[in-house]
Design a binder for this molecule. Structure first.
Ligand SMILES: Nc1c(/N=C/[C@@H](O)[C@H](O)[C@H](O)COP(=O)(O)O)[nH]c(=O)[nH]c1=O
Ligand SMILES: [Zn+2]
Length: 362
């Protein structure tokens, strides 16, 4: 097998753990000697062994003079576990092939430097783009201190998210909705506006045949209108954080807190999206999945504060001037203000289409 094929194997291991390692990156490692795989590993959870440690443990003494493929630069600092760069040196491996360097300016390149100084051959950049895309949440969070924002929309062919009477179950089919649950699993938090809570009474939990990790459920609700009878307040399935303004009713705040909800008052009259992202970043939320509705989506689009949009489109027509569309708010006046995107992928999902796109670099 080629270096790329072994690296792809390491990337497959890493991608299998997406959603469970936060706020750490996903990392995969493969140990190869004389064309045989003698060790493999992935980082499974924060505070637990790194991918290289697991793979080298499996390789045992065979690791000496072996090639090691790892999707992210081996760490060189003492975190919750000793540095992997030192372990690789101690095990006297021959060569380390790395997909991408650590995005953290403070440590970027240090692990590689240590390996080279110990006489180990180092190659970088193998399947680098794939590795960076796989860890885009982590890279964005390390570079900005704010969560990577993924907007998720589900609409009919004519861009409607419900009928004019507010009915929306279901526009997209089972397969698309399941894909939506996969996306909930890979994000630390999910955000909706209180209008969506009032209209849909959503659970926002991960419901997949093989289970998953429920994201923290964040509701933007300036005046604490969220009904105490809402599924999210009643089900105790995952944390609920409600963001309100300082004018919100104290009594309602107490009632919500008595039901285990964490209520956070923002000082401003309106809750600014920038403040929400700074707040969530400080709470170690590395990725935020925004399910809507249209007003909330608009606030992220108008402020250019999203990194990715995942659009599910059903081959159905709803029509109606009063039927809600995907992005609400004021909207742009001139075409100069348009938000242009690059399509990353376009797939059929059951009977529907899934488009993943990212804002064009300015
Ligand atoms: N109406 C639709 C969606 N609707 C998305 C949101 O408006 C819903 O409130 C949310 O998914 C409900 O979450 P739940 O209670 O956890 O199931 N999303 C979709 O992908 N297809 C749809 O046809
Ligand atoms: Zn490490």
């Amino acid at each position: 097998m080629t270096d790329e094929e072994y690296m792809q194997l390491a990337l497959n291991l890493a991608s299998a753990t997406k959603g469970q390692t936060s706020p750490n990156p996903v990392v995969g490692a493969i140990v190869v000697k004389n064309g045989k795989v003698i060790g493999m590993g992935a980082h499974l959870k924060r505070g637990e062994a790194h991918a290289e440690v697991i793979a080298l443990q499996m390789a045992g003494n065979e690791a000496e003079n072996a090639d090691v493929y790892v999707t992210l630069e081996p760490c060189s600092h003492y975190g919750k576990t000793p540095p992997c760069a030192e372990l690789l040196i101690e095990k006297r491996v021959k060569r380390v092939v790395i997909a991408t360097e650590d995005p953290n300016e403070q440590v970027s390149g240090q692990g590689i430097e240590k390996l080279k100084q110990a006489g180990i051959q180092v190659e970088t950049g193998i399947l680098q783009e794939k590795a960076e895309w796989l860890n885009r949440h982590f890279f964005h969070y390390i570079r900005t201190g704010q969560p990577y924002v993924t907007l998720k929309t589900a609409a009919s062919l004519d861009g409607k998210t419900a009928t004019r009477t507010g009915e929306s179950k279901w526009i997209t089919g089972e397969a698309a909705r399941l894909a939506g649950h996969d996306l909930r699993h890979t994000h630390d938090a999910i955000l909706v506006g209180v209008d969506t809570v009032m209209a849909d009474d959503p659970s926002l939990t991960v419901r997949r045949p093989n289970g998953g990790i429920h994201p923290i459920r964040v509701i933007v609700d300036r005046h604490l209108r969220t009904p105490l009878s809402s599924k999210m307040i009643q089900d105790k399935e995952a944390p609920v954080w409600i963001l309100c303004t300082k004018e919100a009713d104290e009594e309602k705040k107490r009632q919500l807190e008595n039901r285990g909800v964490q209520v956070f008052s923002f000082p401003s009259i309106n809750i600014d999206v920038r403040d929400v992202l700074t707040f969530l970043g400080k709470k170690e939320i590395t990725s935020l999945y925004v399910e809507g509705g249209a007003t909330v989506h608009a606030s992220f689009v108008e402020n250019h504060l999203f990194q990715e949009i995942v659009c599910f489109i059903a081959p159905k027509i709803i029509g109606g001037r009063d039927a809600p569309s995907v992005i609400g708010g004021e909207g742009i006046a001139s075409m100069e203000e348009i938000t242009s995107l690059d399509i990353v992928s376009l797939d059929r999902v059951g009977e529907d289409i899934q488009i993943v796109a990212i804002p064009k670099k300015k």
